[in-house]
Design a protein around this ligand. Structure first.
Ligand SMILES: C[S@@+](CC[C@H](N)C(=O)[O-])C[C@H]1O[C@@H](n2cnc3c(N)ncnc32)[C@H](O)[C@@H]1O
Length: 420
């Protein structure tokens, strides 16, 4: 069986951007441009054509002689890594080489959450309950986003117990703040630690018949592609409590982009990277499997873990089994470009780009891409990311799936009604 991960995706570069209309004035020392250089894009029309194996058949290949599922050997390594990760203070974070990239990624998540919460709200009446599952919630980096989205109930779960505890503490802080501010929004929440690739989450909910409107899995979905069983379990967790019309949204590394960079690194390369991130394959890259295509991902000060390529056509097929229809797949570069017009002010408030003076000597190396794009235009300061940070953030994609309506067959199994 040959699995095709060899498709190039976008090759976009981050141009310096204008952060707000005020920036246009020379008075505040900022001349900016929204120009974006767009590279080639030759994604095939039909991604499905690349799956030469039914993911169901892979289940057998993934089972050992006793019929036990293999895989999942890495989840404890991942849990250990995130449990040990120190909570860095504001001062430390400000010294980080990836401060702006982290803010930028956070902005991407805000844009994604706002986009799909808005769609959900359009289907609802004022006062209707809005229930969200934050799967692999980490320390609760998205809690404020849920507060601002005026949700009514949140379920937070993660494999790392320490992170779940910190998440719960942050939630308590939000509630306390809400006591003293009439503008703050209160919502109920439940928290538990568990492996979303191995455990049926609904059995852990306070109310197992709960209907969700949104499931969010940010920067974590790729951990489930260790084996078919784990991927199927995670997708079922995302899908089974979603109301028809609800959404599953996720961000994770783009396998095509990873393979493109590996090819560019040379025929015998096992990895690639730069000052802020690196990827080193721990499997044979000449015959990559559909599941368990393992690499070690290192991101300056925040991640150092085994991860797995997500074969996108396989994800789409598995998702359809659970009634989820793909409605969006965009690289971070594409999503940035598409949502910048609505998100410009938020990007500025979140410090998602670094303000630099492109012609200053000490920044020239890191920002040589900005000079190239500016060409003959003169600008005293512009908002951008360093080349290394942009390379790291553009490894990722955003995607969204919509839960379809269903009827039931004679055996009580759901029959999904897809729009296509
Ligand atoms: C990069 S962090 C992202 C955290 C959070 N979603 C965010 O965006 O800030 C990845 C998270 O996935 C969690 N994780 C990894 N594998 C998991 C699994 N099998 N089940 C549940 N959580 C998992 C990790 O513990 C970690 O908190």
């Amino acid at each position: 069986m040959s699995i095709n991960y060899e498709k190039s995706t976008t090759d976009e570069q981050l141009a310096p951007v204008k952060l707000s209309d005020d920036d246009e004035s020379e008075d505040n020392n900022t001349k900016t441009t929204t120009e974006q250089s767009t590279g080639k894009q030759n994604r095939s029309e039909n991604d499905d054509a690349d799956v030469e194996a039914d993911p169901g058949a892979e289940a057998e290949a993934d089972a050992d002689a006793d019929g036990e599922a293999i895989g999942a050997a890495n989840t404890h390594v991942v849990a250990h890594h995130y449990n040990e990760l120190k909570e860095t203070g504001r001062k430390e974070r400000h010294k980080s080489k990836i401060l702006y990239m982290r803010n930028f990624n956070n902005w991407i998540k805000s844009q994604l959450i706002n986009e799909y919460m808005d769609l959900i709200k359009q289907q609802k009446r004022v006062g209707d309950a809005l229930r969200v599952l934050d799967m692999c919630c980490g320390k609760g980096g998205d809690l404020l986003k849920w507060e601002k989205a005026f949700i009514s109930h949140l379920i937070c779960t993660d494999i790392a117990e320490v992170s779940v505890e910190q998440c719960q503490q942050r939630y308590q802080d939000i509630l306390q703040r809400a006591e003293s501010s009439k503008f703050a929004h209160k919502f109920t929440a439940e928290f538990f630690a568990c492996d979303s690739t191995m455990v049926r989450l609904r059995e852990r909910y306070k109310d197992a018949s709960l209907q969700l409107n949104l499931v969010s899995c940010q920067f974590a979905f790729h951990y489930c592609f260790e084996s078919l069983q784990q991927a199927d379990c995670m997708i079922r967790n995302a899908a089974e409590c979603l109301q028809p019309g609800g959404y599953f949204i996720a961000t994770f590394p783009d396998a095509y982009e990873i393979m493109k960079r590996l090819r560019e690194a040379g025929p015998d390369a096992r990895g690639f990277g730069n000052d802020v991130y690196s990827i080193e394959f721990e499997c044979n890259t000449k015959v990559l499997p559909l599941f368990g295509a393992k690499y070690r991902f290192h991101l300056e000060g925040v991640v150092d873990c085994p991860e797995f390529l997500v074969h996108f056509p396989t994800l789409v097929k598995l998702a359809r089994r659970h009634g989820l229809q793909l409605v969006r797949r965009s690289s971070f570069a594409e999503y940035f470009k598409e949502t910048l017009p609505q998100g410009r002010q938020l990007l500025q408030r979140m410090s998602g780009l670094e303000t630099i003076q492109p012609y200053r000597c000490d920044t020239k190396d890191q920002f040589e891409h900005v000079l190239r794009i500016l060409g003959t235009q003169r600008a005293r300061s512009v908002g951008t990311l360093s080349k290394a940070e942009w390379e790291a953030t553009t490894l990722y994609l955003v995607c969204a799936f919509k839960k379809c309506k269903n009827s039931w067959d004679a055996n009580g199994k759901p029959v999904f009604k897809f729009d296509d």
